[in-house]
Each structure stands twice: as C-alpha cells, then as structure tokens.
Design a protein around this ligand. Sequence first.
Ligand code: ATP
Ligand code: MG
Length: 400
Amino acid sequence: MKPVLPGATLGVMGGGQLGRMFVHAAQRLGYFTAVLDPDPHSPAGLVSHHHIHTAYTDAAGLERLVSLCAAITTEFENVPAQALQALAASRPVAPGAACVAIAQDRIEEKAHFSACAASSGVACAPHAVIRSDANLQAVPADLLPGILKTARMGYDGKGQVRVSTRQELVDAWAQLQRVPCVLEKMLPLHAECSVLVARGFDGAMVSYPPQRNVHVDGILAVTHAYEGCLPTELAARAQAAGLAIAAQIGYVGLMCVEFFVVQSDQGQVFDLVVNEMAPRPHNSGHYTLDACDHSQFDLQVCAMAGLPLSQPRQHSPALMLNLLGDIWFDAQGQERTPDWAQVLSLPGTHLHLYGKTQARKGRKMGHLTLTGPTLAGVQASARRCAELLGLPGLDNGLNT
Ligand code: ATP
Ligand code: MG
C-alpha cells in the first residue's frame, strides 16, 4: 500500500475517548481527522476537524466519511462489521471487518484462540458454547462454578453472570434473554495482564512489554507498567502469544490481547490463559502516552496510514489509574469536582480528562498516569493521588 501521508484526512468509526486520543495523535502528525459517531457531544467529535453524527450504518454518513478520508480505522469493536466492509470497498480500512467480527463475538474469538494455540503457546479458559437448552443440559460439571458471558456486546463486565450451580446457570441464561453465550470456568486468578501489538499492511510487527492490570468490580482500575511488573518468563510468553494471535489473522492496526495469570496445581508455577482481544487501542495501554516514545495511538495512526512502525521504547516506569464517574460524587451523593490542583501538584502526574460533561458511577471520565525516575517515587505519587481522589478498592491494587 502507498502510504497516506500527513496532510490527508484520517477517519475513525466511533467518538469515545479512544477516538479522541487517536485524533490527538493523528493531528500531532499533521493529519486532518473525521469522526463518525451519532452523539453530537462525543469526546472525539469535540476535538476533530470533521464530525459526522449519523448512525454507524447510515449510508449517507458512511459515504461522507469515504469522501473526506484517505484511510479509516475504528475505536470500538462493536461497530457493525458490515459498515467496515462497505468502507473497505473504496478506502483502506484497518483493522479489517473480518478481524473486528472475530473480536465482536466471544464464540468466534475463542475459536480463533484455540486455532492459534499451537503458534501462540497459550490456551483460552475451559468453556462451553450455549445456544440451546440442549447445550445448557450438556454443560460438563467441571465448568462450574463459572461465568456466563453473552457472546456479543459485553464490556466492562457487563453481560456477565457468575453461577455456581446448574439451577443458577439456567436462571442466568434466562436473565440474559437466552442470547448466545459462553460459559467459562471460573479460574483462580493470580493476576491479569495485557499485550499491545501493532502490525502493518506489510506484515511488520512491533509490541510493548506486557502490562499488569488490576480490575475492581469488573472494570480496569490500575495498570502497572515497569520492568518487573510481571515475572520475566511469563511476560515473554505473553508478548510472543500476542504477536502470534495478531499475525495468524493477518491483523492490520493496533491490537490488545488480555490474559489471565493462573496459579497452577503445582502452586508456584503460573499458567497463562488468553481472555480476549480488542481490535483497537486499549485502556491498559494509556500509560504509553506519557511513559513511551511512541504511544499506542501513534502506532494505530502509522499502521492505518501504511507508515513504518517504530519499535516503541518505554522511558519511565508508570502506573495508570482510571478515573470513573464515582469520584465526582461525595459520600452524600452530591456532585463535586475532584481536586485536580492538588493532584497536579505531585511530581510526575499526567491528567487526561475525556471532555465528558455528565459524570455517572462506573463511567470512564479520564485517567491519570504517574511517571518518574524511580518506581518507588511513582508508587508514592500514585498512593497520594488515590487518597486525594478517594479512589475506591485500591488497598492492594497499587502494590508491586
Ligand atoms: P472488558 O472491559 O475487558 O472488555 P469484558 O466485559 O469483556 O471486559 P471480561 O474481560 O471477559 O469482560 O471479564 C471482566 C473481568 O472479570 C476480567 O478482567 C476478570 O477479572 C474477571 N473474569 C472474567 N472471566 C473470568 C474467569 N473465567 N475466571 C476468573 N475471572 C474472570
Ligand atoms: Mg476484559
């Protein structure tokens, strides 16, 4: 592919915070940008040169995106695959519709992970596909206790029910409206980690070392990104697996692959289990904006534009803290503004707010990255920020 050079317009399907950070990266390189998102106040739409507010499948909206843009990407996996396919008829689209379609459906995603197991060296969690009562009856007993997850449209722990018994499984499937689901065995998680991989149209790949992620109530709360945040051998395996999983489907763009670190029966040995892949930049990669010479959004831009992918280099240890809408409310439920001035007075704090005017509990409003010359300093700043902002549930989440 002939590179799409700065000065051209790059388009993105979706206008959330990931689209906003994509727009920032593209504009810094000298591109113009266009965002397609039905919400007139979308975080990316607010900062883009062009904002098309139509539905993702609206023919006129897609046509306008094509007329403006030299290349198109996506910022969320639930953009209808047929919309990406339609765009691909006249413009380079990365990632392609077929790859996004796999990531949209846990059943297909798990099939892909299983097909890759020989090259990636990593399996997915033991699971069963549930589409019918017969499937439900046939679930092997050793998958319980487990988590029933809808095959499509799940995010931040939504569309998931934890079940311990067969009766709970039956009730949970009814609760999820009997849509196609996957029942996954509940694994004893020691930790979670993820890997960011970028792959170009020419097949060249680069990746970041894996980061360790701490979730609270099913939502990412903290990302640890520094040497030693994961055992070395485990990190190498996760990184190799991420590359294999992207390469095997001929992926083009930036991808994040999430893993579970499971304590094996032998006690001290850890198994890696692949959880899911995101066909786009990921919340766990936000630290790359402040701690690396090339961010995940820079690589997203370069991959879609057919430009060379530089091997990114991390220049500082980093901790990333997610800022959910919860901290915009006091103990009495009254709205308040968090004390940003105090936070910013600490060394190495990088505050990112996404321009969302309505704070809601559980809504991702922004994030904070802490960087510094030493890990101890970064951790001290992170602890102080968590205290100042009243970040919940992080008692152990900031430990190495
Ligand atoms: P995301 O926001 O990452 O897209 P999601 O809604 O797709 O989240 P998952 O990643 O499947 O959901 O699960 C959310 C979290 O629930 C995981 O990060 C993990 O902490 C926990 N979890 C999920 N599956 C399992 C499992 N099989 N065993 C133990 N814990 C699990
Ligand atoms: Mg997840």
